[in-house]
Structure formats: structure tokens, C-alpha cells
Design a protein around this ligand. Structure first.
Ligand SMILES: [Zn+2]
Ligand SMILES: [Zn+2]
Ligand SMILES: [Zn+2]
Length: 554
């Protein structure tokens, strides 16, 4: 038995139940060329070698966060510091293993030969914002422990003062708070090291997804929360874990209340800009001078909105509500944009398609921006100091009265920093293929053709889930190019395969839109629509996609 809701997605599968279980299963493909995944495997090889060496000398594995980051080895140093020193000593055996395991072109770009991968792991960099994964993890763990130990000490003082003043019931109450703090410390200390390193994207988790963040619910001293592991690719997390969202895990309901900001760090803060002339989307660092449009060179700005990237993850707690029968709500929705090519854009090359010439270019360095604009596109009110975040709609009245809000990590502590109105976003580089057709398309036509091509992906052995598509203005108004890209950051090789098989893809897409039985001035789940493009359902027109692909392939 199943429940179906009264919406297109559910109705389609209710009417066509076979579509749920029947179909062509593509051969799985694994790309060895993903630099992010290779880098994490490289870390795993090094970490395993370090631990083996440690055990060979008669010591125990480092199983917990505390045993690796906080406890001291017999030499009086934390194991993580010994690990870094060992890497800096450039052990030759490790180098040989890495050269044997990592494909040659990747080992050059990751810096295996010259050991620059160690700097990337252990130092932050002006150039590559995300470098310094291990350094951030060390800072985060030590800060958490210091915070709690400071609190335990100050609480110890209040207990003594209360006892000296003869206030026994007060002393008892404070002592209970102290044991709660010690439990919280233990929760932090006993986290499994390998899970933690995977959540901080130092070690590989499942291979995919790669830009992984978690919704940390354990920080509230809730002992059941230790078993809860909520993590997602950041592209999904900006909606699934957006403050206001709820999730079911371990038979309980959890809610997101803010963004994690380790002490001494700030979240990347950027602005998404729409060109005032051609409508192309681009991004810039918040506070940077407005750049000119890469497409039409105009400096006119149509619209702009700030977004923060929650790269350190999210903070949550147990919800007061109980899990119900319906899936709990998500806050907002994801919108994908192509923002730019990192470095110089590749040259278009002409490809003959039927009687027509289509221009195609492929890059491993296409920058995709995914934005969650929040309910009603009103965004979120974000404290960039403590991470407290609430919906912009809910907070407007409160905002005028008072900026003071509760810190997400320590309930009963207030923060008076100003809340800023921001969307949540994530930017990543991945494999992209861009098509330019020899005629103009409206934006609606371009979206329809984009999803028609995606409906043909099975014909070139790619699952529709692994690729996303967007249309981009080309500045030759009213026209658009179509961009298909690998959904996994860093790319998995799909876009390249598409670039090499555009004719098959176009024919397969045309077959889908031709043979569908829905109205030609509309679309359905059998042709262009999918669960993930719900925001676009009303602009997807099967007949438009069919006529454009027919005219191309004639
Ligand atoms: Zn422009
Ligand atoms: Zn704050
Ligand atoms: Zn249809």
C-alpha cells in the first residue's frame, strides 16, 4: 500500500505504476578523474599508513575525535600534530604508494610529486578558499573543548560560592548544569574519528557525494543525538537543512536552527548578479567592485541578491513536535545557475547535426551556483557572527524591535550582532557542456529543449539523476544557450560523454517528446517534467521542444 498526493508527480505514477519499476538500467560508470574524490583517497592512504605505523609500535588505533585531536601521545604531543609533522617529513614509502595509486594526470594536478597536497590539507590559502580542511577541523575541535572546559570551570566557581554562602539548593542546581556540560563534552569527545574526518571532507565517505556537510544535532547535550548522522551534499543541504526545515531520523524529528561558524571563521559571502542587458547570471564576492558581464560586457545590473555558503554545515536540535505521517517540510527550493568558466572559456567547435551546425564547447571548470532563495524568495535572516538563522518572513517585525537572538550552540546565551538578509547558496566547479543553436530561442523554449535533451540521456548511458541542465542567456537577445553539467562537484565525466554523443542525445530526446501523449502545449512526467524541475513545470512545452529538435535534425 502507498499514499499518493494530489500533485503531478504522484498522479503520474498512480496512473502509470509500471514506470516506477520498469525501464532501462544504464551500465554504472565510475570516473577516476574527479580531483575532489581522488584527493580524499589520497588523504585516506596517508592516514591509514600513519595509523598502521602507530599500531605497529604497540599503540592503539585512534578511534575517537578526542584520541586524535586532544589526547597526548607518550611524546607529549597530540597525534594530529604528529600526523602533520610526519607528512611534512615527506616519507618516501608514502610517496611511492601514492604515485602507484593516483592516476598520473591527477597526481600532477593534486601535487603528489612536490607534496603540495600536504599544504592544501593543512594550510589555508588565499587562492583556493576551501584548502586547509585539517587545519579547520583541528581549530573546530579544540575550540569546542575549550568552550566547554571554560564553562565547566566557571560553573565550578559558582558551586563553591553557593556552598560557602550556605545556598545548598542553588549549588545542587548548578551542579546538575555542570554534569550536563560534562555529558556534552563526552559526546564531542567520543565521536568516531573516521566519521568526523569524512564529515569534514578530509576522508572519502561513499565516494559520492563530495561537498558534504552535516546537520549537527549532538551539540545540545542530547545523548540520543549521538546516533544521528545527518549529512548531505551541500547543494541539497541548503534546502534539506535550511533553518525552518525538519527531518526524521532515529524515530525522532529534528529541526535546523542555524549555520555552523567555527570561532575565528566567517562564511563565504557572495552576491548573485543578473546582467541588466542580457540577463546572464554571474557572482562576485560581497563587497567586491561590480564586474562587467562576461557575455555582453555590459556593466548594467538588473538585480542582485547576497548569499552565504554554509560550508561548515548546519546546527540543529530535537524538535518539540513528533514525526507525523507526512514528510516534514523543507524550507525553500533549489535554483541552479551557470555562473562562469573558471579561467578562460573554451572555444566553441561546430558539430553537424542533421542539416544544421550546432556550436558545442566542453569544460572541466564550469562554475555552477545553486541558490535556495527561501520561502517566497524572501531569503533568511542570518547572523554572520553566531550562525543563528531564521526565515526572513517570520522575522521582519522582530527585526525592527530588537536584533538580539539566542546563540544556536548555547541556549540561554544571547547574541546582539545584526542579522543580514541572505539567500543560502553553494558554488562548485564541475564538467559542463554548452550548446549554441543557430537560431533564437525564448527562455521558455530553451528550458523545454534542455529537459528534452535530458530526457534522452538514457540513450547515451547516463542516468538523468547524474546530470542537471540550465539555460543561459547568450546576449543575442532573445536567445539562450543550453548547458548540461555533472551534478557531482568536480565532475564524473558525463558532460564529456554528452559532448561526444550529441546526435544520439538529440534523437533520443526527440523520440521522447514526439511519442508522449500529453498536450503539445504542455508537458508531463512522461516527457519534460520531473520532481526536481517543479519550479519550471509551467514553462515546459513539449511541442516547442519537439519543433526545435525536429528543425535541428531535419
Ligand atoms: Zn550581459
Ligand atoms: Zn548572532
Ligand atoms: Zn508528456
Amino acid at each position: 500500500m502507498t499514499y499518493a498526493q494530489r500533485r503531478n508527480h504522484d498522479r503520474h505514477y498512480f496512473d502509470h505504476p509500471l514506470d516506477l519499476i520498469d525501464g532501462h538500467v544504464a551500465t554504472p560508470i565510475i570516473s577516476l578523474q574527479n580531483p575532489q574524490i581522488a584527493r580524499r583517497h589520497l588523504h585516506a592512504i596517508a592516514f591509514a599508513a600513519f595509523e598502521r605505523d602507530h599500531v605497529a609500535r604497540g599503540a592503539a588505533w585512534h578511534r575517537t575525535v578526542e584520541s586524535f585531536f586532544i589526547s597526548l601521545d607518550h611524546d607529549g604531543r597530540a597525534p594530529v600534530d604528529n600526523f602533520v609533522d610526519w607528512l611534512r617529513s615527506r616519507p618516501e614509502e608514502l610517496l611511492n604508494t601514492l604515485l602507484r595509486t593516483i592516476p598520473e594526470d591527477l597526481s600532477t594536478s593534486l601535487g603528489v610529486q612536490d607534496w603540495s597536497w600536504v599544504d592544501a590539507l593543512t594550510e589555508e590559502s588565499e587562492v583556493a578558499q576551501n584548502h586547509g580542511w585539517l587545519k579547520r577541523a583541528v581549530g573546530e575541535v579544540r575550540q569546542d573543548f575549550e568552550d566547554i572546559e571554560d564553562q565547566v570551570k566557571s560553573v565550578q566557581l559558582s558551586i563553591q560560592e553557593a556552598l560557602q554562602a550556605g545556598q545548598h539548593s542553588k549549588a545542587e542546581k548548578v551542579a546538575r548544569y555542570q554534569s550536563a556540560l560534562l555529558r556534552e563534552r563526552k559526546t564531542l569527545a567520543d565521536r568516531r574519528l573516521i566519521n568526523f574526518l569524512a564529515q569534514r571532507v578530509i576522508l572519502p565517505k561513499y565516494g559520492f557525494p563530495v561537498d558534504v556537510v552535516s546537520l549537527d544535532v549532538w551539540s545540545q547535550g542530547d545523548s540520543n543525538a549521538v546516533h544521528v548522522d545527518l549529512s548531505r551534499d551541500l547543494s541539497l543541504a541548503i534546502t534539506d537543512f535550511a533553518p525552518g526545515s525538519q527531518l526524521v531520523a532515529d524515530k525522532a524529528l529534528w529541526e535546523s536552527i542555524g549555520l555552523r561558524i567555527p570561532a575565528g571563521y566567517a562564511l563565504p559571502d557572495s552576491v548573485g548578479v543578473r546582467c541588466g542587458d542580457c540577463g546572464a547570471f554571474r557572482t562576485k564576492r560581497s563587497g567586491a567592485d561590480a564586474s562587467v558581464c562576461e557575455v555582453c560586457a555590459s556593466s548594467s545590473i538588473g538585480s542582485q541578491r547576497g548569499f552565504v555558503e554554509p560550508i561548515f554545515g548546519f546546527l540543529g536540535r530535537r524538535s518539540g513536535d513528533k514525526p507525523g505521517e507526512a514528510r516534514p517540510p523543507k524550507t525553500g527550493f533549489a535554483k541552479y545557475y551557470f555562473s562562469d568558466y573558471a579561467g578562460d572559456p573554451p572555444e566553441f567547435r561546430p558539430v553537424q547535426l542533421g542539416q544544421q551546425i550546432v556550436e558545442v564547447r566542453f569544460s572541466r571548470q564550469g562554475e555552477i551556483t545553486v541558490i535556495n532563495p527561501g520561502p517566497g524568495e524572501k531569503g533568511f535572516m542570518v547572523c554572520r557572527s553566531c550562525g543563528h538563522t531564521e526565515l526572513a518572513i517570520a522575522s521582519s517585525a522582530k527585526k525592527k524591535a530588537n536584533f538580539s537572538h539566542e546563540r544556536p550552540r548555547r541556549s540561554n546565551q544571547q547574541c546582539s550582532s545584526t542579522l543580514a538578509n541572505r539567500h543560502l547558496g553553494h558554488q562548485f566547479l564541475t564538467d559542463v557542456v554548452e550548446f549554441r543553436f543557430p537560431f533564437s530561442m525564448t527562455s521558455s523554449e530553451a528550458w523545454s529543449v534542455t529537459y528534452a535533451l535530458m530526457a534522452g540521456l538514457h540513450a547515451v548511458g547516463i542516468s538523468q539523476r547524474d546530470v542537471s541542465g540550465v539555460s543561459r542567456s547568450t546576449g543575442l537577445s532573445p536567445s539562450s544557450s543550453i548547458i548540461l553539467f555533472d551534478a557531482v562537484p568536480g565532475g564524473a565525466g558525463h558532460a564529456q560523454r554528452i559532448a561526444e554523443n550529441i546526435t544520439e542525445l538529440a534523437h533520443a530526446g526527440l523520440d521522447v517528446v514526439r511519442s508522449c501523449e500529453c498536450g503539445e502545449d504542455s508537458s508531463c512526467y512522461g516527457c519534460l517534467r520531473s520532481y526536481s524541475n517543479q519550479q519550471l513545470h509551467n514553462v515546459l512545452v513539449r511541442g516547442d521542444a519537439m519543433h526545435i529538435l525536429e528543425s535541428l535534425l531535419r
